[in-house]
Design a binder for this molecule. Structure first.
Ligand code: ARG
Ligand code: ZN
Length: 475
């Protein structure tokens, strides 16, 4: 309803707004201090905002709470055409909440309970707004149980270049490729990299389907005619939860690394070297951050791979890129997975580092000349007109050439400037300092300044922010 101008003027003239004009999403004013009293003001609570204000994807994530665990239970039919989901989120309120949202795209929601109490809910294209029977006090740990069912379909809600979340492989297999916003199409989530949580995943499928995920897998059980596959993945961002369902065969190399191959495909070349690549990276970066490491290769022609936590996801097309792509995804386990992005447009901190570490792998595998030719190739790729600097790509251009190549060059240039001993010790300190935390370009640059000094910080700033491409960094 529109208020008349006269009323607005009249209200503006009041020094104290009458109580009924206090917006319902504001915290109540403090009680008057005149009378000493033991009664406390009632907790009013806010309606948590339906996004975290990410610069590139403002609607992703949800304000007002921090997720601690997701207990995700998905049941599929024989055709993998329909799923029933029961998810329990345990979260801590960061403000008093009268209502809040979770990201969830698609599906029919049948029930929502907060701390066991039947709760009202309303759907938006991206969010499920939940109003519990009582306000959740700030600091309180609460549970949200959501039951839903429907089609496992990809998410296509932004200008981002391709659909995310559920993908279909050849032969009807299902798998996740959720970066950046596809987890919202799989389970109710605080779908932003800055909110990592422990995931307990259970997937129930009729035989002979196999379920592949990451973390620690429990032995498969059978219940009600379904195979029950359970996994525990500690401290993971929603988009990094690995999942593939269909026909897979595990191939274990003598060093104990398992690659799950879709159909009967043989192990692609390079996949027998995963442990070797990991050890090479541990020398540069310090210990691998997780308890497991493996791979799944889908029978699919999606031309991409994803660093899903502890179990990277490849396709028939991307697996053929061999150790280049394996090194890239394994490097992400440190850069992207153990150190999380604070904002999506800080993405060069993931992709530039993974690209640099791939060159480093090439150097260890094939020598310094091979490294230099990678650096040369990257510099040529970004020295054409119109390539922006890698920091804060515009629009939803998350994976542009600059993010990967000029981002990688920033590190190659820094290495050249400070020398190997200082550079790799800096990388290890960065990993140690930001492990389990989120990073932004700003906080990374401050870290460079503190550890390596102002000239190093200027140099990295130029590489990641200046419109002009700095000179070729090697010799
Ligand atoms: N983080 C992924 C990588 O390893 C990016 C995947 C891009 N996705 C795509 N469908 N092209 O580089
Ligand atoms: Zn990458």
């Amino acid at each position: 309803m529109r208020r008349s101008a006269a009323l607005v003027v009249a209200l503006a003239a009041c020094t104290v707004a009458p109580p009924d004009t206090i917006a319902t999403n504001e915290v109540a004013p403090p009680p008057p201090t005149i009378a000493a009293t033991t009664t406390t003001a009632p907790v009013v609570g806010v309606d948590g905002a339906p996004g975290l204000g990410d610069r590139m994807f403002p609607e992703l994530g949800n304000a007002g709470y921090d997720v601690l665990t997701y207990d995700i239970d998905l049941t599929f039919d024989a055709g993998l055409a329909e799923l029933e989901g029961n998810v329990i989120i345990e979260a801590e309120a960061t403000v008093a909440l009268r209502s809040f949202t979770v990201d969830l795209v698609g599906y029919t929601v049948t029930s929502v309970r907060v701390d066991g109490g039947e709760s009202a809910f309303a759907r938006g294209p991206r969010d499920l707004r939940i109003t519990p029977p009582d306000v959740i006090p700030s600091g309180e740990i609460f549970t949200v149980a959501v039951s839903y069912h429907g089609l496992p379909a990809p998410v296509n809600l932004t200008d981002f270049a391709f659909p995310t979340g559920w993908q279909r492989g050849r032969g009807g297999s299902l798998f996740l490729f959720s970066e950046p916003d596809g987890a919202s199409g799989v389970f109710p989530a605080n779908d932003h990299p800055s909110d990592r949580a422990d995931v307990f995943l259970t997937v129930r499928v009729p035989e002979p389907h196999v379920v592949v995920s990451g973390g620690e897998a429990a032995a498969v059980r059978f219940e009600g005619g379904l195979g029950v596959h359970s996994f525990e993945i500690p401290s993971v961002a929603p988009y990094l939860v690995p999942l593939a369902i269909g026909d897979f065969t595990p191939i274990e190399t003598p060093d104990g690394v398992v690659t799950w191959m879709g159909g009967d495909a043989p192990l692609p070349e390079g996949f027998e070297r995963q442990a070797e690549i990991l050890s090479a990276f541990e020398e540069d970066l310090g210990p691998y951050p997780f308890g497991q490491s493996g791979a799944v290769v889908l029978d699919s022609d999606l031309p991409a791979a994803l660093e899903t936590q502890t179990l990277s996801t490849y396709t028939t097309v991307s697996a053929a890129w061999g150790t280049f792509v394996i090194a890239h995804e394994l490097a992400h386990q440190w850069f992207g997975n153990e150190i999380s992005l604070g904002q999506w447009d800080d993405i060069w901190l993931n992709e530039g580092f993974a690209t640099f570490m791939t060159w480093r792998w090439v150097e260890r595998d094939a020598g310094r000349d091979a490294y230099e030719s990678q650096v040369r190739g990257a510099w040529e790729a970004v020295s054409v007109p119109g390539v922006p600097p890698p920091d804060h790509p515009s629009g939803q251009d998350l994976f542009n050439v600059s993010v990967y190549q000029r981002g990688g060059l920033a590190l190659a240039a820094l290495r050249e400037f400070v020398g190997d001993a200082e550079f790799f010790s800096f990388l290890r300190s960065y990993v140690a300092a930001f492990a389990g935390e989120t990073v932004t370009t700003e906080s990374f640059l401050i870290f460079v300044l503190v550890v390596l000094g102002p000239q190093a910080e200027d140099l990295v700033t130029d590489w990641v922010r200046s419109e002009d491409l700095p000179a070729y960094p090697l010799g």
